[in-house]
Write a new protein. Structure first.
Lengths: 460, 478
């Protein structure tokens, strides 16, 4: 059993997720819906923040909500609420059924054709927790982390603080075909952000760890020191001359670069004509060294799930094999619309019907250390932070603000700021000539460092 | 229309125990500077069209009570989604644990709420009361109008969203304020294709105004024309150059420059902690003398406007930069108290489930004296950027970006050709010192902005005249 705090909800609401979904599906049927599905999410969170050695904030949250989709034949509408009282739910479901009478008659809309059991025992998805930390324990780790950061270097002059948090959620999904299953997730995080000063320059950076167990946040010293060393290393940043250079994306920025691919490979984007990858299945879309896998079963990973947002059993798949695009990702709707099969990539949030998304996406690592990547590149930029929104998966155009380090012959020479990186996603992915060995799964998208040849950098 | 003064009373009084007696059990220690309860009930309705069909329609109901205790630099925060006196008192008790010391007997008192003295957004004509087919019809019209504009349009994605938010703020100083806050948003986004070249264009409207004001036939037609025009312009766009260049920004939404370059850096929390590139710089020159910039939450019907902020403080017009000199920060109650000043009515929160922070409302550069045509004509070689996507800033180093979505290459004051979207990067504390000309044509954006900070989104506005900024870094590909 997982250790999960009790919900302690008053009796006026339906406290149990499965019971709430059964009630809603029955209410929808009575209100005239031909089919329906519902997602229930409940969660508790606790966070403690410290700054300059003092407690700064405590936050506690208990929340639960439900998202409902109803069909009148092949017309649909959706509603969501945090009020789980039966009277309110009846009113809202009736409202949804009434709205659905007016939306377009869309022959592809509807639940999946049939229900299947979850791909794995949901209780095996997240590791068993043996300890649920108290608020004081969260506080202790936040304090220790910030202390390690502040004492790391005399140039660390200020702090945005450290935070330690835990979150537990319970997800239940059901539909009128008879699917009704749930799973629980846990997440712990420890983060720290400090400020370094020299002459007239001030720089900030941070570090964090996250994982499904309290143990994941145990090494407070490491998090604090890494936050501080990242920050101090930014001092003395200057611009570089505009030009075309090799660029190494570190694992954090590589994750962001690969994230755009996850958007472009969506079946929804495909039927909307909204992806530069249209018509590219079975052709090279990345460098031949690149293999991308989706794995929904990694124990405790943030995107792990036994079934997708429509209740279909999830499965592992290879998205890009040695550079060649194997498949787009589909939910039931985009699959039907394009004459394909769902790849069990429906994602669902309370406020909206299903869309297409990934569970955990992983770039196969290479064998090079960061130093070897830098040596191979010769002279270039190691990027550690990207800012802004200048990416379009429709056109594939890419232009973002960046921070990083100039390197030559395998060694970092100085930090670099106030520059941009630009190109097209297609060229960038094809120019990934090497990958690091530094893969670590910390997020739903994970990548090792990636070396990209010939990226345009705007600076002086 | 429900009586908003009694709105929450009716909901909480479903229970037998009164809220007042439940709260009386939560004694506040003498170290507490401020405490409040934030009651919220929000209904959102949304419709969207894609592929020629309005296949999505929906409604969300979100409600809860946020409890907050402030003691010096400390904040305790908890929320509940149950309007029950017991749950509300429990949330307050959980937040109270941040403050040290024994309770004094003082507790939060519920008195009869007052409405704000002015009403910047009278709720007269609610979208919720209109029949569903009328709202769906608007999106069908948009789809048709966009496709009529050009045969190159291969996709139209448009959405219509309405929000009706009722709040009540119960403060430890005895004040109780209620407000009802509407928000409407229309967005039109198209994809145009010419051979293998596929480009996007978009246009949006929004504000805290009546349904009929936002959704007039003229506005719909204008939105569709603009979205399609922008996509067609982008179909003929050349690659964007890279490097440091002089840039003329068009009026309106390009004011996102102000929001990123200086607005965030002037928020009270960062300055109280000394983590902003603008910390300790009041009275210093941070912009060219041509620049006067205000944050104004009192503009009637605007997306960023509020009668009172989320702490119950009336919003105001705050001068941030006057003729280039830094004059003031944006404050909520906690940061104002710690900095020995007054709240500027900028304490905002996304919802009951989020704590208050100092945030912008509508951030505007006042008009200057140059003819806008002369501003463009003055550009020897550079970029004329008339529309943007989003932006982001690192408030500590001051580096900020914003991304062009419609821009032109200019030589000797003449527009030569459109260029592809690209990111511009600059340094907040000195970018405005490089403003060479300010036009007379100040205009506010069309009501599309959403600002994100610490994971919280709030609606905001910007305003800008045509301005020329020298030496911005342009993130193109050639």
């Amino acid at each position: 059993m997982n250790v999960v705090p009790s919900q302690n909800l008053p009796s006026t609401s339906i406290a149990d997720g499965e019971e709430a979904i059964r009630f809603i599906l029955e209410t929808a049927r009575e209100a005239g819906a031909t089919s329906a599905d519902a997602l229930y999410v409940s969660g508790t969170e606790e966070a403690v923040g410290v700054r300059k050695g003092e407690i700064e904030k405590v936050q506690a949250a208990q929340s639960r909500g439900i998202g409902i989709r109803v069909f009148a034949g092949t017309r649909q509408s959706s509603v969501a609420t945090h009020d789980l009282s039966p009277d309110h739910l009846r009113t809202l479901v009736a409202r949804a059924v009434a709205m659905a009478q007016h939306t377009a008659d869309d022959p592809y809309a509807g639940l999946p054709d049939r229900i299947l059991p979850p791909a794995m025992d949901p209780s095996k998805l997240f590791p068993e927790e043996t300890h649920l930390p108290s608020r004081d324990e969260l506080l202790e780790r936040a304090l220790a982390t910030e202390k390690a950061a502040l004492s790391f270097d005399a140039r660390i002059t200020n702090s945005e603080g450290a935070e330690c948090s835990r979150a537990h959620s319970h997800i239940v999904f059901g539909n009128s075909l008879g699917f009704l299953h749930g799973y629980r997730k846990s997440s712990y995080a420890l983060s720290c952000s400090v400020i370094a000063t020299s002459e007239d320059q001030m720089e900030r950076d941070y570090w964090y760890v996250t994982g499904p167990l309290w143990e994941k946040t145990a090494d407070t010293e490491a998090v604090g020191r890494k936050a501080a060393s990242r920050t101090v290393s930014r001092l003395g940043a200057r611009r570089i001359k505009t030009g075309t250079y090799p660029v190494i994306f570190d694992p954090e920025t590589a994750r962001s670069l690969i994230g755009h691919f996850a958007g472009a490979v969506s079946g929804s984007a495909l039927y909307r004509n909204a992806t530069y990858l249209k018509g590219r299945e079975g052709t090279p879309v990345m460098n031949a060294g690149m293999t991308l896998r989706e794995d929904p079963f990694i124990s405790g990973a943030p995107g792990s799930r036994p079934f997708d947002g429509e209740g279909l059993p999830t499965r592992k798949k290879t998205l890009v094999d040695k550079g060649v695009l194997q498949t787009f990702l589909f939910d039931t709707y985009s699959a039907r619309k394009l004459g394909r099969q769902s790849t069990a990539n429906a994602v669902r949030s309370l406020g909206d019907g299903p869309g297409v998304g990934i569970s955990n996406l992983i770039v196969d690592p290479g064998t090079s250390t960061l130093e070897e990547l830098m040596k191979k590149a010769g002279k270039g930029l190691l990027v550690t932070e990207l800012i802004g929104f200048g990416v379009s998966t429709v056109t594939g155009d890419y232009s973002r603000g960046a921070f990083g380090y100039w390197f030559e012959d395998g060694a970092i020479l100085h930090p670099v700021s106030e520059i941009t990186l630009a190109g097209t996603l297609d060229e960038i992915y094809k120019n990934i000539v090497d990958r690091g060995s530094d893969l670590e799964i910390r997020s739903s998208i994970s990548s090792p460092s990636l070396l990209v040849e010939g990226l345009r950098i705007a600076g002086e | 229309m429900p009586d908003i003064v009694r709105f929450f009373e009716d909901r909480v009084e479903r229970s037998t125990e009164s809220l007042q007696s439940a709260l009386a059990h939560v004694a506040l220690p003498s170290t507490v500077d401020d405490a409040d309860l934030y009651f919220e009930h929000t209904v959102r309705e949304h419709y969207s069209v894609e592929d020629g069909m309005v296949k999505k329609a929906g409604q969300d109901v979100s409600q809860g009570v946020g409890a907050r205790i402030v003691s010096g630099e400390r904040t305790g925060f908890a929320f509940t989604e149950e309007f029950s006196p017991r749950q509300i008192a429990q949330a307050l008790e959980s937040a109270r644990r941040i403050a040290q010391g024994p309770g004094t007997g003082r507790s939060l008192a519920i008195s009869r709420p007052g409405r704000p003295e002015r009403d910047l957004y009278p709720v007269t004509d609610l979208a919720f009361d209109r029949p569903v087919p009328e709202k769906i019809g608007i999106l069908e019209t948009i789809d048709r109008l966009c496709r009529q504009e050009s045969s190159k349009v291969v996709q139209v994605m448009a959405s219509l969203a309405f929000e009706d938010k009722t709040i009540q703020i119960v403060r430890s100083d005895g004040q109780v304020v209620v407000d009802r806050i509407p928000l409407t948003r229309l967005n039109v986004s198209v994809i145009a294709q010419d051979g293998a070249n596929r480009q996007t264009g978009s246009f949006g409207w929004g504000g805290r105004t009546a349904f009929s004001g936002i959704i007039s036939p003229d506005r719909l037609a204008h939105a569709c024309r603009e979205a399609v025009r922008q996509a067609l312009v982008n179909l003929s766009a050349h690659a964007c150059p890279s490097g440091t260049m002089d840039v003329v920004l068009g009026p309106g939404w390009p004011g996102i420059l102000l929001h990123e370059a200086i607005g965030h850096g002037l928020e009270g929390d960062f300055n109280r902690k000394g983590t902003s590139a603008f910390s300790g710089r009041i009275g210093q020159r941070v912009a060219s003398p041509l620049c006067t910039i205000v944050d104004d939450g009192t503009l009637p019907g605007r997306r960023g406007s509020l009668n009172v902020d989320d702490e119950g403080t009336p919003t105001q017009r705050t001068v941030l930069i006057e003729n280039g000199i830094l004059r003031g920060y944006l404050q909520d109650r906690q940061n104002a108290r710690l900095m020995g000043t007054r709240s500027t009515g900028n304490g905002r929160r996304e919802s009951y489930a989020h704590p208050v922070m100092p945030r912008m409302t509508n951030t505007v550069m006042l008009p200057g004296e140059s003819d806008p045509a002369e501003v463009l004509a003055s550009l020897d070689r550079g970029i004329y950027a008339v529309n943007f996507g989003g932006g982001q800033v690192d408030i500590t180093s001051g580096k900020f970006v914003f991304s062009m979505s419609e821009a032109y290459y200019v030589e000797k004051g003449k527009i030569l050709h459109p260029i592809k979207g690209a990111t511009l990067i600059g340094n907040g504390p000195d970018v405005l010192t490089k403003v060479r000309m300010v036009g007379t044509d100040m205009s506010l954006d069309t009501g599309v902005g959403t600002c994100g900070k610490d994971g919280q989104s709030v609606p905001v506005g910007v305003g800008l005249p045509t301005i020329r900024v020298d030496g911005l870094t342009v993130g193109g590909t050639t």
